[in-house]
Design a protein around this ligand. Structure first.
Ligand SMILES: Nc1ncnc2c1ncn2[C@@H]1O[C@H](COP(=O)(O)OP(=O)(O)OP(=O)(O)O)[C@@H](O)[C@H]1O
Length: 451
């Protein structure tokens, strides 16, 4: 028997002086993707129980090396509500045994309610873990991420990578990380390979702040996700049904959208970003006018002067003095560097941080982990159902940008005023309060594990 080093994940003790070697081979899945399959060797007999234990330890440290001084500890969350409700079963059938064979110590939580994972991550000393693992869907990973930005040491906390073992409906984070099934995801955790990922802040009045890794939708994309929550039992098929429903309805949704192109953002001087630039909004706008985002931010006196304990700075948004009075209906009202989306009504609107939005749709074909921007894509008008169906087909293949109708803006910051009834504002698959939203990208703020 021959196992390549990169295939090895560890070993387990068998009765008395025996061991079994655990490894993952690479194969092409039905969709042509590289996925891993799990194997256990036949039983090997060692000269003594002591030698068997020592051999297991060595194989575990080669197959699944420790990546820091924290020891091989994982903080794991299972969301029993995600997808078709089978996350717990999958964990105990596949994931748990692999972690054991790899020699990880696991601190396991089964979430009991929405927000539970956030509350626990907030309280945990993340530096004592090699990674935080969500077993569920993107909503579970999103809840984990919210817990990172608690307290003054958030910068240190973001060094601990997170990942998603796919058990939800969309599982976009897993898809983007090449974790096409549970075994491949756990293999990725064992190897501990990580890459930096941009995170974007999503701010609303009254001090509400979210951190997101994936997307912000409005209109069609929001409805095919949130509008099909009652079809959760169907798994990912619910998105296809939701998309067809939207296309056949031929609805358009209105929103006023202002954005800062990433090219313009990189040209901004520190003075501009502190709100002292010459744009019309700065005229007569004092510190008080800059401080009305609410909550903690209000206490700072102005939006731009945050302390480290508040999480990453939002320099571009802080340049918008008097921003709550900012009227996106008046084109000449925009500060320097900002632009308005040229249309209010759109058939399709999405801003994405990563290419895949589930296992099948490459909605952001030009997006990547660390571009420092969101890809804002929109279509003003899908004129017929045929055109709508062609668009859905193209989005599945990641070819929709080849259509002249689908426009792309690379944006570093964004403001959306939602105007239509019958839709949601959806961030990473979770709906947020339906009111003006401010978005700013933070380059390479966190790290994710990849397969
Ligand atoms: N014990 C629980 N009971 C009910 N809801 C829960 C529980 N734990 C977490 N949740 C909520 O479940 C929701 C859905 O979870 P998640 O997003 O992981 O699954 P999904 O929607 O099927 O997957 P995806 O987001 O990838 O499409 C989240 O909004 C989360 O707040």
């Amino acid at each position: 028997m021959q196992v390549k080093g990169e295939e090895l994940i560890g070993a387990t003790l068998e009765k008395g002086d025996g061991i079994k070697v655990w490894y993952c081979t690479l194969r092409k899945g039905s969709s042509g993707r590289q996925i891993r399959s799990l194997h256990k060797s036949a039983r090997f007999t060692c000269t003594s129980a002591h030698t068997a234990q020592k051999t297991v330890n060595v194989l575990q440290s080669i197959g699944s090396p420790s990546k820091g001084s924290h020891g091989k500890r994982l903080l794991v969350f299972i969301n029993p509500h995600s997808g078709r409700g089978k996350a717990k079963k999958k964990y105990h059938k596949v994931v748990e045994a692999m972690f054991q064979a790899a020699g990880f110590e696991v601190v396991l939580h089964v979430t009991e309610r929405p927000g539970h994972a956030t509350d626990i991550v907030k309280e945990e000393a993340l530096e004592h873990f090699q990674a935080v693992v969500a077993v569920g869907g993107d909503g579970t990973a999103f809840e984990v991420l919210q817990g990172y930005f608690n307290g003054p040491d958030w910068q240190q906390r973001t060094r601990t990578p997170f990942c998603l073992v796919p058990c939800g409906s969309g599982n976009a984070l897993s898809a983007n990380c090449g974790m096409w099934n549970a075994v491949t995801a756990v293999y990725g955790v064992c190897k501990g390979r990580q890459r930096p990922i941009d995170i974007f802040s999503v701010l609303q009045a009254e001090g509400q702040r979210f951190y997101a890794f994936l997307s912000i939708y409005y209109g069609m994309m929001a409805n095919l996700d949130r509008g099909t929550d009652h079809l959760r039992w169907m798994g990912p098929v619910r998105f296809t049904i939701g998309a067809l429903h939207e296309v056949f309805q031929r609805k358009k949704y209105a929103a006023r959208v202002a954005f800062m192109p990433s090219a313009a953002a990189s040209r901004q001087s520190p003075a501009d970003m502190a709100g002292s630039g010459p744009g019309p909004l700065q005229e007569g706008a004092g510190d008080k006018a800059c401080s009305n985002m609410g909550g903690q931010r209000q206490e700072q006196g102005r939006v731009g002067s945050k302390t480290a304990s508040e999480g990453p700075a939002t320099a571009l948004l802080d340049g918008l003095c008097n921003f709550e009075q900012l009227d996106l209906g008046r084109a000449n009202n925009l500060p320097q560097g900002w632009q308005m989306l040229p249309c209010e009504d759109t058939s399709f609107f999405a801003a994405v941080n990563l290419p895949f939005l589930d296992f099948t749709s490459r909605t952001g074909p030009q997006a990547d982990f660390d571009t420092g921007c969101l890809d804002l894509m929109y279509i003003e008008d899908l004129k017929s159902r045929k055109e709508g169906l062609e668009f859905l087909d193209a989005i599945g293949k990641g070819k929709h940008l080849e259509s002249t109708k689908c426009r792309l803006e690379k944006v570093a910051a964004l403001i959306i005023d939602p105007l239509s009834p019958g839709t949601w504002l959806v961030v990473d698959g979770e709906d947020i309060p339906y009111k003006r939203v401010y978005v700013e990208v933070h380059s390479k703020l966190c790290n994710v594990l990849v397969a």
